[in-house]
Write a protein that binds this ligand. Structure first.
Ligand code: 0RA
Length: 672
């Protein structure tokens, strides 16, 4: 390394140039480091900074992390760890903290003996956050002193200094994201809160607080949003939280052990729904695509329960055997393991690849679960009854002639009679399917569409609440069958869990023998179109529940949309203006322009339903890609989404406001 000293402001040393090049690279291609430059990327910065404090907690040196959205829109993260080292880094001839903040990937250099958060988009390092911030202030509280250093766009602008004495110990990072980089620099309290809550579950006992000091966030009662997360029950409480709105069969079972330096923690329980919900984490990173830890868990679960059923003579004949999908019906489980050198694979680098993990998780779960079942025969019996019931339903579904056959959808043989398909020849990805509530609106949509690329499927009557129905019942439902056939992909996860030799069946999830196949998607956009009222909102929620539960891939890949029909039409003479949801202010402005609501010749029409529009109007306002407004549905946070869908679709469903859309940031407005 260079020995040249940085004597004047024009005298750049070789190190300085390297640093500048590194930061430049991050600012040139931010998406390469943080995924994107939208809201998601912005919040990635918060995760990155928080992860550093969590690492300190994992190393056993920190018990509290305080996150704050400051009055002026920055985020600060304070922990009570050891404090980033401030002594001179010999090679770089700079304080350690300055090295950590300005050199790419320098963060991890200090001590390697920890379980580091790394892989996926995590672990890009706090220097990336620094590079993408117009201002970043790092404060260190160590050995009785309070140190401070400041950066702009990753470049040191105020060198490290001691500002005063200090009674406390720890690190505080405050950063202001650069508006020149990000499309938005406005932090979302809920988004940050969800992540912090999960971190609190995963790190039992760790206290994490979140405070929103922005004036705009002040609530009606005059207080500012504040949350303290601390869960002494860890994963057990996580499972309870996920299943809060469901009826549980038992208290969560906890399996916990460190084997060969691999800490493993698993909590599981069953509830009265028919879905499985397994969430897994490696070094606090959500492994969305699963991997070896999930495989080990699933295989042990199936084996242990079958073993118990045979040993306890619950199974009368030895031909009876529960499949994986049977034992996982209504299962909620959270798996959290720590791995020194995790290998992340898969499309989004969220699949654990370490082969040694499968067997370790498997033996642990098999042994502990059998032990637990032998100690809890009454609850075990209940769980087994539930599993055998699932097996029976699976066999019934398999036998039912009514199943949707793969051939019908795939070879275009029998599309639903109710489907007004678009004319053949266009690329499916350029085509759109409108799912329309009500016959009259359906009729207008059929007449107003562009027949080359737009198809219409009218929905009649009550939509089945898939949250409350088992697969066999769902597949017997006429509307659902039409929907699945029209879309063409089949249902389930793209990676179906096969149980070979199990009655020749594959899985409870696959309606057509092989589950969801994206390549068979018949339309690039699937647009749910309902009235802008409570009933419409309810149908939207039911439809989104269906897609979320049975075709999640379509949501993940951005194929599902909500139409946004206008709320009002303001007419004067031959000219019409349409007012869309979320844009109600427009109405007053337009009326003003036209001379006031009572001016001569002005007509204000409030649309109560799609049926009030003729085909021409429907085309102009809701169908025509050039003029309409549609919302793309995106659901990032699976845990929150699951809770919300369960709550919305629970036993007593009063007409709720359009909760999913308004409150949960699931939808994003786009003009497309
Ligand atoms: C490496 C060594 C030491 C502290 C840290 C890293 C550290 C980093 C961060 C980032 C956020 N909070 C943090 N807290 C601590 C100190 C080693 C020592 O004191 O012996």
């Amino acid at each position: 390394m260079s020995e040249i000293e940085n004597t004047g402001k024009d005298a750049y040393s070789a190190d300085t140039i390297t640093v500048l090049k590194g930061l430049e690279a991050v600012r040139m291609r931010p998406a390469m480091y943080i995924g994107d430059i939208g809201s998601r990327g912005l919040h990635h910065l918060v995760n990155e900074v928080v992860d550093n404090s969590i690492d300190e907690a994992l190393a056993g040196h920190c018990t509290k992390v305080e996150v704050e959205i400051t009055q002026d829109g920055a985020v600060s993260v304070l922990d009570n760890g050891r404090g980033i080292p401030v002594d001179l880094h010999k090679e770089e001839n700079k304080p350690g903290v300055e090295v950590a903040m300005t050199i790419l990937h320098a963060g991890g250099k200090f001590d390697k003996e920890n379980y580091k958060v790394s892989g996926g988009l995590h672990g890009v390092g706090v220097s990336c956050v620094n590079a993408l911030s117009r201002l970043m202030i790092t404060e260190v509280y160590r050995e009785g002193k309070h140190y401070k250093i400041e950066f702009e766009k990753g470049i040191t602008v105020k060198p490290l200094e001691v500002v005063e004495g200090s009674e406390i110990r720890g690190t505080k990072q405050t950063f202001y994201p650069d508006p020149k980089i990000f499309e938005t620099t406005v932090f979302n309290y809920e988004t940050i809160a969800h992540r912090l809550r999960v971190l609190a579950f995963l790190n039992k006992g760790l206290k994490i607080t979140l405070k929103d000091n922005r004036e705009i966030s002040r609530k009606e009662d005059g207080t500012l949003p504040f949350f303290e997360f601390q869960y002494h029950g860890g994963l057990k409480e996580f499972v309870k939280y996920i299943d809060e709105n469901k009826k549980s069969v038992c208290e969560p079972i906890l399996i916990e052990k460190t084997v060969d330096d691999y800490p493993m923690e698993i909590a599981l329980s069953w509830n009265d729904t028919y879905r499985e919900n397994i969430e897994s984490y490696v070094n606090n990173i959500h492994t969305i695509e699963g991997g070896t830890h999930e495989e080990g868990f699933k295989s042990a679960l199936t084996r242990a329960i079958n073993k118990y059923a045979i040993d306890s003579k619950i199974f009368k004949n030895d031909k009876m055997k529960l499949a994986g999908s049977d034992v996982r019906e209504g299962l909620t489980a959270v798996i959290s393991i720590k791995v020194m050198e995790p290998q992340f694979e898969g499309q989004t680098k969220t699949k654990l690849g370490n082969g040694e993990i499968t067997g370790m998780v498997q033996s642990l779960v098999y042994e502990k679960l059998l032990e637990w079942m032998n100690e809890n025969p009454r609850i075990s019996r209940m769980i087994l009854d539930k599993c055998t019931e699932a097996l029976r339903a699976r066999e019934a579904a398999h036998k039912a002639k009514d199943l949707i056959r793969r051939k019908s959808a795939f070879e275009g043989g029998s599309m639903p009679a109710k489907l007004y398909d678009c004319s053949k020849g266009s690329d499916p990805m350029d085509c759109e399917l409108f799912i329309v509530e009500g016959d009259s609106a359906g009729g207008s949509a059929v007449d107003g569409r562009d027949i080359k690329t737009q198809a219409v499927l009218p929905l009649r009557g009550k939509i089945l609440n898939v949250e409350k129905a088992r697969l066999d019942k769902m597949l017997a439902n006429e509307e659902i069958k039409n929907l699945i056939n029209a879309i063409g992909t089949g249902i389930g996860d793209s990676e179906i869990d096969f149980v070979p030799g199990q009655n020749g069946d594959s899985s409870a999830f696959s309606s057509n023998g092989d589950g969801f196949v994206l390549e068979r998607l018949r339309y690039g956009k699937i647009i749910v179109m309902t009235d802008a009222d409570i009933d419409g909102a309810h149908i939207n929620t039911l439809m989104l529940t269906f897609f979320y539960r049975y075709m999640p891939e379509l949501i993940k890949r951005g194929h599902i949309y909500l139409a946004m029909p206008p709320l009002y039409r303001v007419t004067k003479g031959k000219i019409s203006h349409y007012i869309y949801p979320g844009n109600e202010d427009e109405k007053a402005r337009i009326l003003e322009e036209l001379g006031g609501e009572d001016a001569k010749g002005i007509q204000v029409q409030r649309y109560k339903g799609l049926g009030e529009m003729n085909p021409e109007q429907l085309k102009e306002t809701t169908l025509d890609p050039e003029k309409r407004l549609i919302k793309r549905i995106n659901i990032d946070d699976a845990v929150e989404a699951d809770r919300i869908f369960t709550m919305l679709m629970g036993d007593d469903v009063p007409p709720r406001k359009d909760f999913i859309i308004e409150k949960c940031h699931f939808a994003q407005n786009i003009d497309a």
